[in-house]
Design a protein around this ligand. Structure first.
Ligand SMILES: Nc1ncnc2c1ncn2[C@@H]1O[C@H](COP(=O)(O)OP(=O)(O)O)[C@@H](O)[C@H]1O
Ligand SMILES: [Mg+2]
Length: 252
């Protein structure tokens, strides 16, 4: 099994001071779900529902308070840093923050490898081709690219080590409509290649329906529903799902 999460809880604590007692805030409550290989998952929910927190836990970027998280049948707590970067890669909403402005794109991409490997340049070229870019970008600096191009480079970098899982956290959020559709096509291509499992995080139920096979819906840190797309679409009884569908169409 690709992902197996049981009774996961995550609490954020607010800072305490002499006057204020520390407050605890449950961001994720008793999250339990599992996911097989080659099933694209979308995680959707309104802002603040816990999507990014869940993604960061699956990427081992932040700790959790209780429960178990297994990735590729291994407890996430037993992974080394290196195992992890070979297994899960995450790309973020803001492509402007993803690259060191002082490094050329070529240097940023080379840093993804733990040590120099023989076919490094070939691998970089292959991943750039996958996102529709050419080798001539390697000598340029991040500021020379648009947000959409940077997001493509971020995807190429995330794929360099052929991770089992690519988590994309609202990858369209800061992009124009044309860049969004280019990036969507790239995810479709990655999906077809089946080398990398995609977890796609969005507040937009329409793009979730387009890309994924299964949808997990979060609200206030709880799983509202976890099912295949067809069943989510058919569910007219759930108020929250209806709200998400309505909000999506209002934004367009
Ligand atoms: N580092 C943090 N410390 C305290 N609260 C946080 C922190 N990160 C996120 N939160 C809170 O946790 C909740 C869930 O956040 P997040 O996972 O970012 O949701 P989403 O990605 O669905 O918008 C929000 O209420 C947010 O304000
Ligand atoms: Mg988020």
């Amino acid at each position: 099994m690709l992902i197996n999460i049981k009774h996961l809880n995550k609490i954020y604590k607010t800072n305490s001071s002499f006057f204020k007692r520390e407050k605890k805030f449950n961001v994720l409550n008793d999250i339990t779900f599992s996911l097989n290989d080659n099933v694209v998952l979308s995680i959707i929910g309104e802002s603040g529902s816990g999507k990014t927190t869940l993604a960061k836990i699956i990427s081992a970027l932040i700790p959790f308070d209780s429960g178990t998280v297994e990735i590729d049948n291994k407890n996430i707590l037993s992974f080394t840093r290196q195992d992890l970067s070979n297994t899960v890669q995450m790309i973020f909403q803001n492509p402007y923050a993803s690259f060191n402005p002082k490094l050329t794109i070529g240097n940023s991409l080379s840093q993804a490898f733990d040590h120099h490997i023989k076919y490094e340049q070939d691998i970089i070229k292959e991943k750039l081709a996958l996102v529709g870019l050419e080798k001539n970008i390697l000598d340029k600096y991040p500021h020379q690219f648009s947000g959409g191009q940077r997001q493509r480079i971020a995807i190429a970098r995330a794929l360099l080590k052929n991770p089992k899982i690519l988590i994309a956290d609202e990858p369209f959020a800061s992009l124009d409509v044309i860049s969004q559709s280019v990036i969507m096509d790239i995810f479709m291509k990655i999906k077809e290649e089946k080398k990398t499992n995609i977890i796609f995080i969005t507040h937009d139920i329409a793009s979730a329906m387009e890309l994924s096979d299964k949808i997990l819906i979060l609200k206030d840190g709880n799983i509202v529903k976890y099912d295949i797309n067809e069943n989510i679409k058919k569910d007219r009884t759930d108020e929250y799902i209806n709200e998400l569908i309505t909000a999506t169409y209002l934004m367009e």
